[in-house]
Design a protein around this ligand. Structure first.
Ligand code: CP
Length: 322
C-alpha cells in the first residue's frame, strides 16, 4: 500500500521513509553501503559522528518495541542528535489528544524527525502529510503494512552473509498475512534482484490473493525451506488475530516450526533470520535460533547502523534542499 504522501523532496532526496516500495535498487544499495560504514561488532566501540548535531528526534511508539525503539535512539545519539522518547501512556494522548495535535506540539518544541510506530495503518503517512516542510517522518512499523528499516537491516544482514542477492533463494516463513516485516523484506529483496522469493505459510496465515506478486507461494515447510539460502522466520502476530483464528502452538510447531531436521533441508550454508521477538518452541526451536546458522543477533546489531544511515540521509537531504 503506497502512502498518500510522497517520500522524496522535489530534488529527489529522501525526506520520509514510510515504505520500501518503489524506493529503487540504487537508493537501497546506497543506504546499505552507508549503513555498512556504521556496523560495529558486538563488543566493539560504536562509531560516533556529529552530523545530526542540533537535530531533535522524537520516538512516538504507540505499540510495544524493544529493538526498533532502542536502536533508533542509539542511532540518533551516535550521530549527535537530541532524542525525545514520548511515553505515550504518560502523555496527553491518554486524555484524548490526537496524534496530530501531539505532533504539532512537538514540532513547536523543535522536533525535526518523528519516528513513529503505530498499530493502525496510515498513521505515519498521515503525520508525514501534515508536518512542516523541514520535518521528516520515519516509520518504525505500521500495522501489518510495512517496517521499512527492518527490511533494510534484513537486506544488509543477507548482503553481509552472502555477498550477493541475484542467485539467492529466500524463504519467508510463518505469519505472512499479518507481517509488516515480510512486506518490507519483499520490497527490498525484490528491488535488489533476489532470484527466488518464497512465502511459506499455512493457508490461514498466507498472504491474501494478489498480494506479494512475483513470490512463490508454498504451504508446506519442508518444501518451503528446501535448498533455500536464507530462511526468514516470522513471529505469529497474536495481537493482530482474534482468539478463534489463533493457531494451536504445539500443532503449529509440528507443522511450521523450524527445527534442526527442517533446517537440514536448506542449503548447508543457509542462514536463519528472525526479526524478533521470537516465540521459541512455536515458530523456531531454540537450538536453531541459537545455533551456528543463526544471524539473529547480527540483525539486531545491524539495526543501529541502518537507522544511522536513514537518519543521516533525511537530514543531509534537508540541508542540501534549504
Ligand atoms: N523487530 C522489531 O521490530 O522488534 P521490536 O518490536 O522489539 O522493535
Amino acid at each position: 500500500m503506497k502512502p498518500a504522501v510522497g517520500q522524496l523532496r522535489p530534488d529527489g532526496s529522501l525526506r520520509h521513509l514510510l515504505t520500501l516500495e518503489g524506493l529503487g535498487r540504487e537508493r537501497i544499495e546506497r543506504l546499505l553501503e552507508q549503513a555498512q560504514r556504521y556496523v560495529c561488532e558486538i563488543g566493539g566501540v560504536a562509531p560516533r559522528r556529529s552530523t545530526l548535531a542540533g537535530v531533535t528526534v522524537a520516538n512516538l511508539f504507540t505499540e510495544p518495541s524493544t529493538r526498533t525503539r532502542v536502536s533508533f535512539e542509539l542511532a540518533a545519539k551516535r550521530l549527535g542528535a537530541e532524542v525525545v522518547n514520548l511515553e505515550v501512556q504518560l502523555s496527553s494522548r491518554v486524555k484524548g489528544e490526537s496524534m496530530l495535535d501531539t505532533v504539532y506540539t512537538l514540532e513547536a518544541l523543535h522536533v525535526d524527525v518523528f519516528v513513529i510506530r503505530d498499530a493502525e495503518a496510515g498513521v505515519p503517512g498521515l503525520v508525514a502529510a501534515h508536518v512542516d516542510p523541514h520535518v521528516s517522518v520515519l516509520s518504525a512499523g505500521e500495522g501489518s503494512v510495512e517496517h521499512p528499516t527492518q527490511g533494510l537491516l534484513d537486506a544488509l544482514t543477507i548482503a553481509q552473509s552472502k555477498g550477493r542477492f541475484d542467485d539467492l533463494v529466500v524463504a519467508i516463513v510463518g505469519d505472512i498475512r499479518h507481517s509488516r516485516v515480510a512486506r518490507s523484506a519483499w520490497h527490498a529483496l525484490a528491488a535488489l534482484g533476489v532470484k527466488e522469493l518464497r512465502i511459506v505459510a499455512p493457508e490461514g496465515l498466507m498472504a491474501r490473493p494478489g498480494e506479494f506478486p512475483g513470490c512463490r507461494r508454498i504451504d508446506r515447510l519442508d518444501e518451503g525451506v528446501r535448498d533455500a539460502d536464507v530462511i526468514m522466520m516470522l513471529r505469529i502476530q497474536k495481537e493482530r488475530m482474534s482468539h478463534t483464528s489463533l493457531p494451536d502452538s504445539d500443532r503449529y510447531f509440528a507443522e511450521f516450526g523450524l527445527d534442526p531436521r527442517r533446517l537440514a533441508l536448506a542449503r548447508p550454508d543457509a542462514i536463519v533470520m528472525h526479526p524478533q521477538p521470537m516465540n521459541r518452541g512455536i515458530e523456531i526451536a531454540s537450538d536453531v535460533a541459537d545455533g551456528p546458522q543463526s544471524v539473529i543477533r547480527t540483525q539486531v546489531r545491524n539495526g543501529v547502523a541502518v537507522r544511522m544511515a536513514v537518519l543521516e540521509s533525511v537530514i543531509a537531504g534537508r540541508s542540501a534542499a534549504s
